[in-house]
Design a protein around this ligand. Structure first.
Ligand SMILES: NC(=O)c1ccc[n+]([C@@H]2O[C@H](COP(=O)([O-])OP(=O)(O)OC[C@H]3O[C@@H](n4cnc5c(N)ncnc54)[C@H](O)[C@@H]3O)[C@@H](O)[C@H]2O)c1
Ligand SMILES: [Fe+2]
Length: 417
C-alpha cells in the first residue's frame, strides 16, 4: 500500500476511534429479525399469513418484469381468497430511483394503505422500505438519507426476495439512486427491517444465469466484507462463514441449472445469512467502490462487486491473511495442515476462478480512466465514514485498485498498438 501522509494518518487514527465507538453501538443496537418462511410455495403461505394481520389495504411494490412473469400470483391469490385488498405498484427500476419512490409514496397515501409487500430484487425491496418510511414521516426520500432520519417507523413491511443476493429482506439498509447527482444513497433505520419474509426458490427458477451469478456474488461480498471488517461478532462470523460455504457449493449449480430448487433455496438462505452478517458488521471497500460505479455508470450492483472483489481483497491480503485462510477452509479449498498464506492465496485465486466460471468479466467496460480519481475519492470517503474496514486505503491505493479493472485497450500506454 502507498505510504500515507501525516494528515492521512491523523485522520485515520481519529476515524478509527469513532468507528470503534460506532462498532460498540452497533453491537448493542437491537436489530429486529423477520419471521422467515422458506421453501417452494413460501410466497403463497406468506400471503395467507399477511391476511391474518387484518390490514385494510396493502401496497405491493414490484417491477414490470416480475409483474409480466406472473410471479406474484400465489401471493395475490392468497390475499384475494382471504379478502384482503391490495394495490400493485410495479414501476420500480433497477437501483430504485427516488422519483419512482415518490410515485409509490403518493399511491400509498392516496389509496390509504396500511402495509407494504416488497416483491422483487434488492431494488424493489429497498424502494418499498423507503416508500414506507417516507410515507410515515411525510418526508422526501432525500431527507431520509443517513441514519435514523425519520421520527416514525413505517407501516409493516413484508418481503419476498426474487433474487438471492442483497439480503435486503433482513437488513436495516435501503440503497436508492439519485439520477440528478448520479449517486447511490444509503438510508438506514432498524425499523425498516421487514416483519416477515418468504424465501421461495420456485420464484427464482427463471432468473437469468447472468443475474443469478452477479446477485450471488453480491451475497458472497457481503459475507466476506462482514467477516474481514472490525465489527464482526460471534453471531455475524457464524452467519458469514455459513453463507460463504453455501455459496461456494451452490452458486455454480444454480447458474448451470436454474431449475435446481435445492441450489436455489440454499442460495436464498445464504443471501439472507450474509444479510444478517453485514447488517451488523457492515461492508467495506468493495461496496464503497461498487456504489460509485453503480451511481455513475449504472453498473448492476452485484456485477460491480464481483469485478472489484478479487482486487480489493488482494490489496488488503497482507492484513487479513488469517481471515482469508479461514474463509478458504469454509469454502473447502484446503485443510488445516496448510499454512495461512497458502490458504489465503488459494481463496483469492478461487474468487478469480469463480468469476471466470460464472462468466463475470475481469474488466469493467464502462470505466473511463479520467473518472478514476473522483470515483476513488468518493469511495474512500464512503468507506472512511461508514465502514469498519480492515485497513484504510489512501487515495492513491484506491485509484490503483480501481485501475485494475480498466478495459484493456485503455490501460495500454499511449502510442502502443
Ligand atoms: N438494502 C440492502 O441491504 C442492500 C444490500 C445490497 C444491495 N442493495 C441494493 O439492491 C439493488 C440490487 O438488487 P438486486 O441485485 O437484487 O437486483 P435488482 O433488484 O435490481 O434486479 C435485477 C434485475 O433482475 C430482475 N429480476 C428480479 N427477480 C427476478 C426473477 N425472479 N426472475 C426474473 N428476473 C428477475 C429485475 O426485474 C431486474 O431487472 C442495488 O440498488 C443495491 O445497491 C441493497
Ligand atoms: Fe451489496
Amino acid at each position: 500500500m502507498a505510504a500515507n501522509t501525516l494528515a492521512d494518518v491523523a485522520l485515520n487514527v481519529g476515524l478509527s476511534g469513532v468507528m470503534r465507538l460506532a462498532g460498540l453501538a452497533t453491537r448493542l443496537l437491537p436489530i429486529p429479525q423477520p419471521t422467515m418462511m422458506v421453501g417452494p410455495g413460501a410466497s403463497g403461505r406468506l400471503g395467507q399469513a399477511i391476511h391474518d394481520f387484518g390490514h385494510q389495504k396493502i401496497l405491493i411494490v414490484t417491477d414490470t418484469t416480475i409483474s409480466r412473469l406472473g410471479l406474484m400470483l400465489p401471493l395475490t391469490q392468497a390475499l384475494t381468497e382471504g379478502g384482503t385488498e391490495f394495490v400493485v405498484f410495479d414501476e420500480i427500476s433497477p437501483d430504485a430511483p427516488i422519483d419512482e419512490i415518490e410515485q409509490g409514496v403518493a399511491l400509498f397515501q392516496r389509496e390509504g394503505c396500511d402495509a407494504i409487500v416488497a416483491f422483487g430484487g434488492g431494488s424493489v425491496m429497498d424502494a418499498a422500505k423507503v416508500i414506507g418510511l417516507a410515507a410515515a414521516n411525510n418526508k422526501r426520500p432525500l431527507q431520509l438519507v443517513g441514519y435514523f432520519k425519520g421520527l416514525r417507523g413505517p407501516a409493516p413491511i413484508y418481503a419476498v426476495p426474487t433474487t438471492a443476493g442483497t439480503g435486503s429482506e433482513v437488513t436495516v439498509a435501503a440503497v436508492v439512486s439519485d439520477p440528478l447527482s448520479q449517486r447511490k444513497l444509503v438510508i438506514a433505520d432498524t425499523r425498516i427491517v421487514p416483519k416477515m419474509a418468504a424465501l421461495d426458490p420456485s420464484l427464482m427458477t427463471g432468473l437469468p444465469a447472468h443475474i443469478t451469478a452477479s446477485t450471488g456474488m453480491d451475497a458472497l461480498t457481503h459475507a466476506i466484507e462482514a467477516f474481514i471488517g472490525h465489527w464482526g461478532t460471534t453471531f455475524t462470523d457464524h452467519m458469514a462463514l455459513a453463507s460463504v460455504g453455501m455459496i461456494y457449493q451452490n452458486l455454480p449449480v444454480a447458474c448451470a441449472n436454474g431449475h435446481d430448487l435445492v441450489a436455489r433455496e440454499k442460495m436464498a438462505l445464504a443471501a439472507s445469512y450474509a444479510g444478517q452478517a453485514f447488517t451488523r458488521a457492515n461492508v467495506g471497500y468493495v461496496h464503497a467502490i461498487a456504489h460509485q460505479l453503480g451511481g455513475l455508470y449504472h453498473t448492476p450492483h452485484g456485477l460491480a462487486n464481483a469485478i472489484m472483489l478479487p482486487h480489493v481483497l488482494r490489496y488488503l491480503s497482507p492484513v487479513i491473511t488469517d481471515k482469508l485462510a479461514t474463509l478458504a477452509l469454509r469454502a473447502r479449498l484446503g485443510d488445516t495442515s496448510e499454512s495461512s498464506v497458502d490458504l489465503a492465496n488459494r481463496f483469492l485465486d478461487s474468487i478469480d476462478a469463480m468469476n471466470r466460471k460464472l462468466g463475470i468479466p475481469r474488466h469493467l467496460a464502462a470505466l473511463r480512466a479520467k473518472d478514476i480519481p473522483a470515483l476513488a475519492r468518493a469511495a474512500c470517503r464512503e468507506a472512511r465514514l461508514n465502514y469498519p474496514v480492515p485497513a484504510y486505503l489512501s487515495q492513491e491505493d484506491c485509484e490503483n485498485v480501481i485501475r485494475e479493472v480498466l478495459p484493456r485497450r485503455v490501460r495500454k500506454p499511449p502510442g502502443r498498438t
